[in-house]
Design a protein around this ligand. Structure first.
Ligand code: SAH
Length: 362
């Protein structure tokens, strides 16, 4: 019998598990602390739990973390892990320190099915969704890699962004379970403002997210009109800019604090970086409370796109700033170890080709 891996179970799920074995629900809180605040890999050392229950848990369930197969530090302090999630597949996780802040960029899928034209992950195809354990496991691995996880030690992960490999909203259940552990007092205790989910714009799932979570939202926009966005982000053909802006406003309206959407815009030479496009973008962004993040395009092999020249990025920024949009240029970090945005590739055994073949032979 395979044991249930409880690493990715939310507090509610863990309470249900204790319910189902006739144990008190408050055990969930104790076990969560052991796993996520003290880094426990088994039940042996859980000293505030009776010996009998520890043995029972050891028989029934397990705490199983994905395996790190590679860790590397960039000259600028960025740290990257390659995490094997099964025989042929691995994903990447990156920690970007910046002053007092350390942002962990977490993957949600092995590969990505959306095939955005400027993203290396999309070019690899898609294999499968990560489990909640594999997603939260990345947070645990990152914190542990700096030594003890003990809550009295300084925090090594202050922010989490779901901006690694994959489209998080296409892996809704696992992603929302993992998010609930990031926010949970007895686990990682991060503020909802410091956890950001980034999406290419899966509109129905944005609405669904608003019902179960209140984390910050980032949108991969990259273009100010549908004609161009259809090319860069093919998902736009299904949910266009107008529909997407509507979903962003609905999401913000449901939050009970004042927050804005982070709009991400990768600067690609000659494609989306012209000043008339900056003006068009400024007009569009008046329609939703947001800040804009300009991301220099990071090249990868096989792509014919180039990064916009720095003066062009700055001129683009000026247009947006003059229009009253808070606009920052994201520093490229970790590119000496292939850890920058859009460079996360891991190893993906693509199954989409196969699916297409299977479909065409049916
Ligand atoms: N699927 C999600 C999360 C993954 S991509 C989403 O689309 O938001 C996260 C961000 O990586 C994207 O917004 C994009 O800005 C950035 N990105 C992807 N490829 C890039 C590249 N080659 N250079 C720079 N940024 C890139």
């Amino acid at each position: 019998m395979t044991k249930t891996n409880i690493l990715g179970l939310s507090k509610t799920q863990l309470e249900l598990l204790f319910d189902s074995i006739g144990e008190s629900r408050f055990r969930a809180t104790q076990v969560l602390k052991w796993i996520h605040q003290f880094g426990a890999n088994d039940f042996v050392g859980m000293t505030n739990i009776s010996q009998g229950l520890r043995v029972r848990l050891q028989e029934l369930v397990e705490i199983c973390e994905p395996k790190v197969i590679y860790q590397n530090d960039s000259r600028d302090g960025t740290r990257k892990w390659i995490i094997q999630v099964d025989g042929g597949n691995s994903v990447e996780t990156v920690l970007i320190p910046d002053g007092k802040r350390s942002t962990l960029c977490v993957s949600s899928q092995v590969g990505c099915a959306l095939n955005c034209s400027f993203c290396a992950t999309g070019k690899q195809g898609f294999n499968r969704n990560l489990t909640a354990a594999e997603i939260i496991g990345q947070v645990r691995i990152a914190i542990k890699s700096f030594g003890s996880m003990h809550p009295s030690k300084p925090r090594r992960v202050t922010n989490v962004v779901l901006m690694g490999m994959g489209e998080p909203l296409l892996n809704f259940a696992a992603v929302t379970s993992a998010i609930s552990l990031m926010l949970e007092d007895n686990a990682y205790n991060l503020s909802k403002r410091r956890v950001t989910l980034s999406t290419a714009g899966l509109v129905p799932a944005i609405d669904k997210l608003a019902e179960v979570s209140d984390v910050s939202l980032a949108i991969s926009l990259h273009a100010a009109n549908d004609k161009l966005r259809d090319q860069l982000v093919p998902l736009n053909r299904k949910y266009n800019i107008d529909v997407l802006i509507g979903a962003c406003n609905r999401y913000l309206n449901r939050l009970n604090d004042k927050r804005v959407i982070t709009m991400e815009y990768t600067m690609i030479d000659g494609i989306n970086d012209q000043l008339d496009q900056a003006h068009e973008l400024a007009g569009l962004l008046q329609r939703v409370p947001c800040k804009l993040n300009l991301i220099p395009f990071n090249p990868f092999s096989g792509s014919s796109y180039r990064c916009s020249p720095q003066p062009q990025i700055e001129a683009f920024q000026q247009v947006l700033r003059k229009a009253g949009i808070v606009t920052t240029i994201r520093a490229t970090r970790g590119n000496d170890i292939d850890a920058a945005c859009g460079q996360l590739v891991g190893q993906v055994q693509d199954r989409t080709q196969r699916t297409i073949r299977l479909a065409s032979t049916n």
